[in-house]
Design a protein around this ligand. Sequence first.
Ligand code: ATP
Length: 253
Amino acid sequence: MLESAGEVPSKPGRSQLQLQQVDVVTELGNQYLLQNVSVDIFTGERIGIIGASGSGKTTLLRLLNRLSSPTSGEIRFEQKLLPDWPVLSLRQQLMLVPQEPKLLGMTVQDALTYPLRLQDLPESEIASRVQTWRQRLGIPDDWLNSTELQLSVGQRQLVSLARACGTAPKLCLLDEPTSALDPGTIDRVIKALKASGMTLVIASHQFEFLNQICDRILWLSQGKLILDAPIREINWAEIKSELTAQAEQDDWD
Ligand SMILES: Nc1ncnc2c1ncn2[C@@H]1O[C@H](COP(=O)(O)OP(=O)(O)OP(=O)(O)O)[C@@H](O)[C@H]1O
């Protein structure tokens, strides 16, 4: 039996991110990657996005970070349309941690401090934030001079999570953040992210992880939002069996 994250707050905070009737159509115009997606996300919520491979989870996260634009529909962050935000300012507040994190040739130490220097923070604040997130996520001293070539995928995931969280974004978009992490490290990530108070939107195939951290689940199927429900209403066994049946059907098609 999965132990859930708990009740959704009865009075959520201010609406922070809104999608209204969002469509994304391929360049050739022959396939919907997202179709008529409308969602309202509130400050401090932790949202999980589930769905089969290719169902549109990454497409949605990239849209929210303005790495791509919807074909139609509107997206607002803090009540302002995304195209009206200066892109750097938007990405500092609404940060994406991609599925395959890169350190761009930097050492771990430089990767952790670089985005904080871009924010012009005092050195003491930079050191304190790096230390805090290294401790929360368990990043040891002996990784600091390594580059991504010397790190495992899971180690890179942890570093890119620490790098993003250190900048204290208002909302963090996480694409498969724990896919390569061991169970003990996943527990540590859950504790750290919950304690941060950030709004989180997490795409993941790891139901146990989502169940422990999220208070609401969105289910995408072939680009359509087919479920938007609080965690207490989620029947994981049913979802798993539907996804398995769908995958078997896809194998036959
Ligand atoms: N630029 C593009 N042009 C055409 N098709 C695309 C483009 N980008 C993504 N797709 C397709 O869009 C669909 C959704 O992809 P997406 O990466 O969002 O899925 P996902 O749910 O994140 O999958 P996974 O769980 O495997 O990460 C897939 O069928 C993919 O092949």
